[in-house]
Unconditional design. Structure first.
Length: 161
């Protein structure tokens, strides 16, 4: 938003504020539509502020906040495709990781069994029916995928921004 201020606007506002109105101010108002709008807004603000006890915010602060809000909206519009690509990459990595985990689970399960057996050796029982414990290949990769997806969907609820 580009705004060019009329050179007479400060004197018009001062005359409106103090009540010292002269013919040159009246003549300028007849010629300048910007100053007419400014006087209309100033009168409206004065009428609306009569019952208001809190001081009105500084116009420069309101202007600055509007500029910041506009810049933030522009930044969000520009970053929207990047955020979509980021989410897409996260989904692809999660699905590929879960697929790899599911595909390689028999090998991973036997490797985990060997690791557990070497770290925590179990004395052999007297029975000949002893079979070392094996980590089942079952639906564990599916559970891991489900946990990853649920965490990925819920995590933004607990983070700022």
């Amino acid at each position: 938003m580009n705004y060019k201020e009329c050179q007479q606007e400060p004197s018009i506002l001062e005359a409106l504020r103090t009540g010292k109105w002269n013919d040159s101010h009246s003549q300028h108002l007849n010629d300048c539509s910007d100053c007419r709008e400014t006087v209309d807004v100033a009168r409206w603000m004065r009428l609306s502020a009569q019952g208001h006890r809190e001081p009105l915010p500084d116009a420069k602060i309101v202007w600055l906040r509007a500029q910041i809000a506009g810049a933030t909206a522009r930044r969000d519009r520009v970053l929207a495709p990047v955020m979509l690509a980021h989410i897409l990459v996260q989904v692809i990595i999660s699905v590929c990781s879960a697929g790899w985990l599911f595909w390689k689970w028999p090998e991973i399960g036997s490797a985990l069994t060997r690791l557990v057996a070497t770290l925590y050796p179990v004395p052999l029982p007297l029975s000949e029916n002893f079979v070392p414990y094996r980590i089942p290949a079952g639906p564990w990769p599916l559970y891991a995928l489900l946990a990853i997806v649920v965490f990925w969907l819920v995590a933004p609820l607990f983070t700022e921004g």
